[in-house]
Design a protein around this ligand. Structure first.
Ligand SMILES: *Cc1c(COP(=O)(O)O)cnc(C)c1O
Ligand SMILES: [Zn+2]
Length: 417
């Protein structure tokens, strides 16, 4: 039996039983929180049992997820992505400790494998024949990959402007891809309509309450991987707001279970060119539709679909929000890769850019421990990375040209023998 005992609407607080509802509040249309029996959960889940568990995937936290014990999970290895300690980078920013968590290491190379894997579990529990999602790219790739691994059809709605690598990735897994000649926000509305019309299982961020639960597994991992000493601050990029809301849910669950003693501050990072949620948190708290014109496609959202959970995470954690320029995002891709060996896509680099901006503004104390949540792999959008690069050396197959090119480039060479 699942430890989930019901839902509560984040807007009107109305409660529902598990059997009563599938997606949003029937009263007001608000998104739902999943409610749990934490006492029962605590009888199945503790630090000692976890320490003995050899299952290094997101499913090691099954007792904290809204699924039946007997439900099969997709065979791909999702979660337990590495956290790296980056002392040189920490010193550069005059900071006690800086960690990065590389979720680009997931099977389809983004954080979205976590919620999409759970979506497949839930769809199979209800006997769905087809799963659909709207996506800027990664959510669709993740769903397509997870569906391929269990032989379930997927229909994905993405803006036609999605990076070429993401579109190829979607297609290669065999998903039915609908390129929408419009924005992500428009693709989202079409997906809702298609799911209602055809009765498909709906994975889209926001309306599906379980996506927050899949996303919270990253917070559970951060806590366990850092030996239950959570960071002081976590920077994460924000589009719809589901990841930051999910992280907050995960930390709050662990606090309720008595497994962590304090909570981290969560700082949401958006591009100046798509900043609805950060504008709200730094302004009057009201989310207004914004322009959506950032090259960081994964966070190019004008109408965030999980706004209430995102604002709650930033507010309740006493974190905040910060915007960064697209130029800073592009520069951050190279800076982070050179300093750590981790190559990320623009949306993930935004977390680093936001961190650097807060550091430079004196908003982080030297004795703090900070973690950057890196949400997607750089190979998903090489065009963006190329904007940060100069042309490489180029020679005819002739060693004299190699020597000249290296010397001209200013690369330090030993004296020839
Ligand atoms: C989806 C995504 C985000 C933003 O997540 P939201 O839940 O929409 O806020 C950030 N980075 C990457 C790489 C993503 O794919
Ligand atoms: Zn409601």
């Amino acid at each position: 039996m699942s430890n989930a005992i019901g839902f509560q609407c984040v807007e009107c607080a109305r409660r529902f039983t598990v059997a009563e509802i599938e997606y949003v509040c029937t009263q007001c249309g608000g998104n739902l929180d999943v409610l749990y029996d934490y006492e029962k959960m605590a009888t199945q889940f503790d630090k000692a049992r976890l320490a003995a568990d050899r299952n290094f995937t997101m499913w090691r936290y099954r007792a904290l997820l809204p699924m039946e014990d007997s439900s099969p999970v997709p065979p791909l290895t999702v979660g337990w992505t590495p956290i790296y300690d980056c002392p040189a980078l920490a010193a550069h920013f005059n900071l006690k400790q800086l960690f990065i968590k590389d979720d680009g290491r997931n099977p389809t190379a983004s954080f979205k494998d976590r919620p999409s894997a759970l979506a497949v579990v839930k769809a199979q529990e209800v006997g769905a024949q087809v799963i659909t999602t709207a996506s800027s790219g990664n959510a669709g790739c993740a769903l397509a990959g997870m569906c391929a691994s269990v032989g379930m059809p997927a229909v994905v709605f993405v803006p036609a402007s999605a990076p070429a690598a993401k579109i190829a990735q979607l297609q290669i897994y065999g998903a039915r891809v609908v390129l929408v000649e419009g924005s992500y926000d428009e693709a989202y509305d079409l997906c809702l309509q298609a799911a209602r019309t055809y009765g498909w299982y709906q994975r889209s961020t926001g309306v599906n309450p379980f996506m927050t639960e899949g996303k919270k597994t990253a917070a559970l991992e951060i806590s366990e991987q850092l030996h239950w000493q959570v960071p002081d601050k976590i920077f994460v990029s924000v589009g719809d707001g589901c990841i930051i809301g999910g992280l907050w849910k995960g930390f709050c669950d662990l606090e309720k279970l008595g497994m962590i003693e304090r909570l981290p501050q969560l700082i949401g990072v958006q591009s100046e060119k798509a900043s609805a949620l950060v504008d709200a948190i730094n302004g009057d708290g009201v989310v207004r539709e914004s322009a959506a014109a950032t090259l960081a496609d994964s966070i190019n959202v004008g109408r965030p679909r999980d706004a209430t959970k995102a604002l709650r995470a930033m507010r309740e954690s006493q974190g905040g929000g910060v915007t960064v320029s697209d130029e800073a995002i592009i520069e951050s891709i190279g800076k982070l890769a050179c300093a750590t060996g981790v190559f990320v896509e623009p949306a993930a680099a935004a977390a680093f850019a936001g961190f650097a901006k807060w550091c430079e503004a004196g908003q982080i104390k030297a004795d703090e421990r900070v973690l950057l949540m890196l949400t997607g792999n750089g190979l998903k959008d090489i065009q963006a990375a190329q904007q940060a690069l100069n042309a490489p050396l180029r020679v005819r197959p002739n060693f004299a040209e190699v020597e000249r090119a290296l010397a001209d480039s200013g690369f330090s060479l030993p004296h020839a023998h």
